[in-house]
Design a protein around this ligand. Sequence first.
Ligand code: COA
Length: 262
Amino acid sequence: MSDVEEANTIEVSTVDRIATITLNRPDRRNAITRAMYVRLTEVFEGLATDPAVRVVVLRAEGEHFCSGNDIGDFASLAEWNRENPAPLRFVKAIASFPKAIVAGVQGYAVGVGATMLLHCDLVYVAEDAQFTYPFTKLGLVPEAGSSLLLPMLLGRVRAAELMLLGEPVSADRAVALGLANGRVTGADLQAHIQAQAERLVALPPEALRQTKKLYAHQDLESLMARIDAEVVVFTERLQSPEVMEAMTAFLQKRDPDFSSFS
Ligand code: COA
């Protein structure tokens, strides 16, 4: 797939003041490539100031919401992060997005597919949804501010379980932990997030924006600083032998072997 074709897998449409962003690369489980990060950043930055848009719906085509960073891109990611960090720009755009974001998640939400949801305002899950933060298993560290936000939301020990062990979180547990607002059937997911977005659109827009600013962005500086700190370590880790082993194992469809590392 060319960069243009990959960017086009990020679909955006605006109807009645609701912009819907759809990840549409289901054959790769909506894994995000560099071109897709660039497009997502443009989209979020544009919608932030678009007076025709009050609320954003974030959804995905196919059986899974998003399998995280495209693993095929990992070899080049360290270089990009140093020169023109597309994933970092996307994370900052969604983390500082001033309008409400309503997300609908079916199937797997892995890595950045899960951490981007920490920057959404209302998150609804289908019964088969599963959030995973598999950073250590890949030789990596948390990103997108998750090392700050998960302990803040869940408390340290529960966050550690997810971040150190990479334990998957089922739909019901995501709701119980406060990572999602509610569970609906897969068949009802789209209608439900659309209905919630319509409820938000009917409310006074400036009150919505000011409310989000108060609950989500009062300490944006600390969040941005943590996101920057995570990227430094993440980028260093990308060239480590541990990551090489994890990525090679994924591509060879075998279990990784970390037994030789000290
Ligand atoms: N990057 C690139 N390609 C990916 C991908 C990713 N993150 N996730 C899946 N794919 C590809 C697979 O390689 C496979 O390609 P193939 O058809 O050429 O073999 C295709 O998408 C389907 O994936 P598959 O693993 O067969 O789908 P599944 O439905 O059985 O499992 C997942 C879905 C999400 C559980 C599984 O794909 C997975 O674990 N992906 C990797 C997640 C990950 O570690 N992401 C990195 C986070 S930092």
